[in-house]
Design a protein around this ligand. Structure first.
Ligand code: ADP
Length: 489
């Protein structure tokens, strides 16, 4: 099959979170299974074109954007570390400045962000025929590219061989913006899918909702999250449209790029290690990490790592509410992340109160992230909801036992050691409350003091298969289903 990934991120080129990891690793797994997979992304200002060996193959392609006609350059190179063709769309007006998303909050930043991705979706739909290559599947990801199924239909009504797939990596972000703006950017012909009352009768347009109606198949990134989002509690207002989809919403668990995330070959670790050499490897990396972040170098204390966006979703504010009790547990916590200013501040206050045991590194740093996975004994993800979560899988691969809330993909990947000591690979708590988190941390500390059982659990976690093998086959089936659903195929 020929598959075009249309995405806002793809690691290692440009990554903000799990979407980047998936869009960078699933194509490789599919390619190994014999498919011709390619990606198309905006050429953000931060992308080093030379590093991807990109050259212009179609200069100055006109793109209709509302009343205006802009031009974009179409470049092609390769995703770093692979031979996967990577198309980049160059348009400095929309993609030249800033990161992937607009970091500042407020209506101006939101407007720029929505406008950027509406433009990207329009541009993809309009340069589609200039690629010189015919995909069978156009695979869109999240709200940023959820307009593509509708727009492709609008801009290529006679195009018959095309099936579209939409993967929801996080339902919370939907790309909502006042309808008059969106319609003025999209311009004629009208954005409309005849089979559905596409948008609710209010003045807010919802990009993700459009994609849910228009794509041939829709899936999300874990079986449990697929069940959760068709219910009002976690449906974020889109549970109705999701329930209406014929054939439902499939949950396919994300895999990892097991070559990029491999403790045995990871050059970022001071001492790479395997499942057999984990005790000594961990100690060396733990001491280096404690030194690097300014915590006392102490092998006896349970060192808990966090690598996360600091948003309400991720639940780290629960930690703040039990700071005093955490302080008494005699553990160390290192948090790497950035996000909502009030959560950053709350965590910062906590760190200031317990400088000997807690530290917050307020930045995005892929190297320090690996130091944490490699050096921490445990890894905390108290998410309120979690579509899949990659952090806990990377942590397990690096022998850091996950401490997680029982939701979404965390439910699908972590087995609680207290309830199932023979198969457990981490610690799971149910209620999204500081007390439940604290009790779970207490259980982790208890096991930490039983080194034999702890080591057995670490080795069990490291031996799990986190590769894309099983899930890539599930995506093949999803693609086949999308092609079968395409009435014109
Ligand atoms: P989400 O996609 O919701 O942010 P995931 O757990 O699915 O959460 O994926 C997060 C990815 O981003 C992981 O690979 C994690 O290591 C990485 N990451 C998150 N925050 C940072 C950070 N501050 N520095 C480096 N890597 C980070």
């Amino acid at each position: 099959m020929n598959v075009l990934f249309v995405t806002a991120e793809a690691a290692p080129l440009i990554k903000v979170g799990g979407l980047g990891d998936v869009a960078g690793s699933l194509p490789k797994a599919l390619r190994q299974r014999g498919h011709d997979v390619r990606l198309i992304l905006p050429q953000y200002g931060s992308i080093n074109v030379a590093a991807v060996g990109a050259t212009v193959i179609r200069p100055a392609v006109p793109v209709r954007f509302g009343e205006r006609t802009l031009v974009v350059d179409l470049l092609v190179g390769a995703l770093p570390g692979s031979d996967i063709p990577l198309y980049l769309l160059r348009c400095p007006e929309f993609f030249g400045s800033g990161g992937v998303y607009y970091e500042q909050t407020g209506p101006d930043a939101r407007r720029h962000e929505v406008q950027r991705f509406v433009f990207f979706s329009l541009a993809v739909s309009q340069v589609f025929f200039q690629l010189g290559w015919q995909p069978d599947i156009v695979h869109c990801h999240d709200w940023h590219t959820a307009l593509v199924p509708s727009l492709l239909r609008t801009w290529s009504p006679r195009h018959t061989r095309l099936a579209t797939v939409l993967t929801i990596h996080n339902l919370q972000n939907q790309g909502q913006w006042p309808r008059p703006d969106i319609l003025s950017w999209v311009g004629p012909p009208p954005l409309h899918h005849p089979a559905f009352p596409v948008q609710p009768p209010d003045q807010i347009f919802n990009c993700l909702r459009e994609g849910i109606y228009a794509a041939a198949t829709v899936n999300t990134v874990s079986p449990t999250y697929a069940q959760e989002i068709i219910r009002p509690e976690l449906g974020d207002g889109l549970d109705g449209p999701l329930r209406q989809r014929l054939g439902g919403v499939v949950g396919i668990l994300n895999g990892l790029d097991v070559e990029a995330f491999n403790p045995a070959t990871d050059k970022r670790l001071v001492a790479p290690y395997t499942v057999d050499s984990v005790p000594s490897g961990k100690s060396a990396n733990k001491a280096a990490l404690q030194h690097e972040v300014g915590l006392p170098v102490d092998q006896k204390k349970l060192l808990i790592g966090v690598v996360s966006r600091l948003t309400e979703q991720k639940g780290l504010d629960l930690l703040r509410s039990s700071a005093a009790e955490c302080g008494k547990l005699n553990i160390q916590i290192v948090i790497l992340g950035t996000g909502q200013p009030e959560i950053e501040q709350a965590l910062q206050d906590m760190m200031t109160a317990y400088p000997q045991s807690m530290v917050l590194m307020k930045k995005f740093d892929a190297v320090l992230a690996q130091h944490i996975y490699g050096g921490a004994d445990a890894f905390l993800m108290p998410s309120r909801f979690e579509p899949c979560g990659l952090g806990q899988m990377v942590a397990m691969r690096y022998g850091a036992l996950p401490i997680v809330r029982d939701t979404g993909g965390l439910h699908d990947t972590v087995v609680d050691l207290s309830t199932d000591p023979a198969h457990g690979n981490g610690f799971v708590f149910r209620a999204a409350s500081p007390d439940a988190l604290l009790a779970c941390l207490g259980r982790a500390v208890q096991l930490w003091h039983q080194p034999l059982q702890w080591q057995q659990a670490v080795q069990r976690a490291m031996r799990q298969d986190f590769s894309w093998t099983a899930s890539a086959a599930s995506y093949e089936r999803l693609y086949a289903e999308a092609i079968a659903k395409n009435p014109a195929a």
